[in-house]
Design a binder for this molecule. Structure first.
Ligand SMILES: *[C@@H]1O[C@H](CO)[C@@H](O)[C@H](O)[C@H]1NC(C)=O
Ligand SMILES: *[C@@H]1O[C@H](CO)[C@@H](O)[C@H](O)[C@H]1NC(C)=O
Ligand SMILES: *[C@@H]1O[C@H](CO)[C@@H](O)[C@H](O)[C@H]1NC(C)=O
Ligand SMILES: *[C@@H]1O[C@H](CO)[C@@H](O)[C@H](O)[C@H]1NC(C)=O
Ligand SMILES: *[C@@H]1O[C@H](CO)[C@@H](O)[C@H](O)[C@H]1NC(C)=O
Length: 431
């Protein structure tokens, strides 16, 4: 794995956007657990000990600043300086702060079987990996069946199995005590976890599934980035890779202050047990989240539901490689040879535009093509698609139900719908 890290030394000069500290803990939502289709069920995948070489962030910050890890203010400053790669001035050799972390991991997921059983040798599975500030339910329409891509993929005569998981430290995957947001929740550890999940998909798992020959990895945002890192390290893990909302911005856009992320414990009582270092959108920041993640055609209620069901983002996830928006953390020249599809909503401010007013179709196509050229030059087929009338969280826009109806109608006829790339090709989806 390519490991690069950049770090702001000296003064932490970022002005904190706000202090929600005195607001007290209020409930933004009581998250209603998604109603699962009859062919879907909650599963727990015990991975045993997973180990990875992460970065010793606590060590780095202790050595280079008088950071107090129990300080709300200091944690905010580090978090916000990490959101903005322009703040980073020095590279740190990865070997001087390498840290081997080992944790006993159990991953929670939603596993769906095809609605109509398919012959054993035609079985395939879509492994669905969520973005940061989301969990597995993003693939299940946040609980709304008409937006559930995972259900649609499992429908009809050519349904696929689907497995939408919660990354470690997100959704229900956190064990008895939440993992350390600095030392554990970093891409190298997530990648090892995904590798362990895929290994299990390839083998019979008593009570869960029997071995899959074809695995399609579908990642959104951070999930796509993790997928690219996974394939960089393990090019034979999956057969097809679909990455949407890839962070391609050269600069930090949206602006760090637009997110209004604050320590999660101040936002919702469901995060009461999260340590300092987990962040979520401030109580009154629903409109900001909508501005960043939505655009084009969508239902306002979805944007509202999106806000109240938001998951968190850990400081280790943001600080790794400078910024998770930074294209520095996208690997170069992966040996992966399978089919790749790179997608983004035309109004995706992270994947499509460096500046909000520069977001446009043609420029976005070029950016996505660069991902093919830069990261997947060995893929035998790397397709790109700019999704029209949609922002970043495309599966939760009007496009979602439209794509779902295309998938369902192709699958009902027994036509292989190929992969999401084909379905989401402009022209295939009708408005
Ligand atoms: C991990 O935890 C599970 C359940 O708590 C336990 O059964 C298993 O032995 C543990 N594995 C390791 C390697 O510690
Ligand atoms: C699992 O990891 C824990 C924490 O590092 C360690 O104490 C334990 O010995 C490990 N167990 C096995 C079976 O490797
Ligand atoms: C798996 O996918 C490959 C193409 O990537 C295809 O040739 C093969 O038939 C598929 N196998 C199964 C079991 O579906
Ligand atoms: C990608 O590579 C192709 C073939 O080498 C080249 O023609 C094209 O200009 C490149 N596109 C971008 C955006 O880098
Ligand atoms: C994918 O790209 C190939 C050429 O690189 C093209 O022939 C094919 O039609 C594209 N498929 C889709 C679904 O866009």
């Amino acid at each position: 794995m390519t490991c690069r890290i950049a770090l702001l030394f000296g003064a932490l000069f970022f002005a904190s956007p706000s202090t929600a500290r005195n607001l007290g803990v209020k409930k933004t939502s009581t998250r209603v657990p998604p109603v699962l289709a009859p062919n879907c069920r909650n599963v727990q995948i015990s991975l045993g000990n997973v180990s990875a070489t992460n970065f010793d962030y606590r060590g780095i910050w202790e050595d280079h600043s008088d950071m107090d890890f129990n300080s709300w203010r200091d944690t905010m400053k580090v978090f916000y300086s990490c959101l903005d790669p322009e703040n980073f001035v020095h590279d740190i050799p990865s070997d001087s702060y390498g840290l081997v972390v080992e944790r006993n991991v159990t991953i929670h997921g939603i596993f769906c079987e095809p609605e109509v059983p398919v012959p054993y040798n035609e079985r395939q599975i879509h492994l669905l990996i969520h973005d940061l500030t989301y969990d597995k339910s993003m693939w299940h329409g946040l609980g709304l069946p008409q937006y559930s891509l995972a259900d649609a993929l499992a429908s009809g005569l050519k349904g696929s199995h689907t497995l939408a998981v919660d990354l470690w430290g997100h959704g229900d995957s956190h064990g008895e005590t939440y993992p350390d947001p600095w030392q554990v929740l970093q891409p190298p550890f997530h990648v090892k976890t995904l590798h362990e999940i895929v290994k299990r998909l390839r083998r019979n798992q008593q009570g869960l599934w029997s071995a899959f020959e074809n695995v399609t990895f579908v990642g959104h945002g951070f999930g796509a980035q993790l997928g690219a890192l996974l394939l960089d390290e393990y090019p034979n893990d999956v057969n097809v890779f679909v990455g949407s909302g890839f962070p391609t911005g050269k600069l930090s856009r949206p602006y760090p202050t637009e997110w209004r992320l604050v320590p999660s414990i101040s936002t919702d009582s469901k995060y009461a047990h999260q340590p300092l270092g987990y962040f979520a959108g401030e109580l009154n920041s629903a409109a900001d989240r909508e501005n960043i993640l939505y655009g084009g055609l969508y239902d306002l209620e979805l944007a509202e539901l999106d806000f109240v069901s938001q998951d968190t983002i850990a400081v280790g996830e943001v600080c790794w490689s400078g910024s998770f928006f930074s294209d520095m953390s996208i690997p170069e020249d992966s040996k992966f040879t399978g089919q790749v599809c790179v997608l983004a909503g035309e109004f995706d401010r992270v994947a499509c535009g460096d500046l909000p007013w520069q977001v446009e179709g043609e420029a976005c196509r070029e950016k996505l093509q660069e991902v093919c050229n830069f990261t997947f030059p060995n893929s035998h087929l790397c397709n790109i698609s700019v999704l029209e009338h949609t922002g970043k969280a495309w599966m939760l826009h009007k496009l979602g139900p439209q794509a779902i109806s295309t998938i369902r109608s192709w699958s009902a006829r027994g036509n292989s719908w190929g992969n999401l790339c084909t379905v989401l090709t402009p022209g295939a989806v009708r408005y």
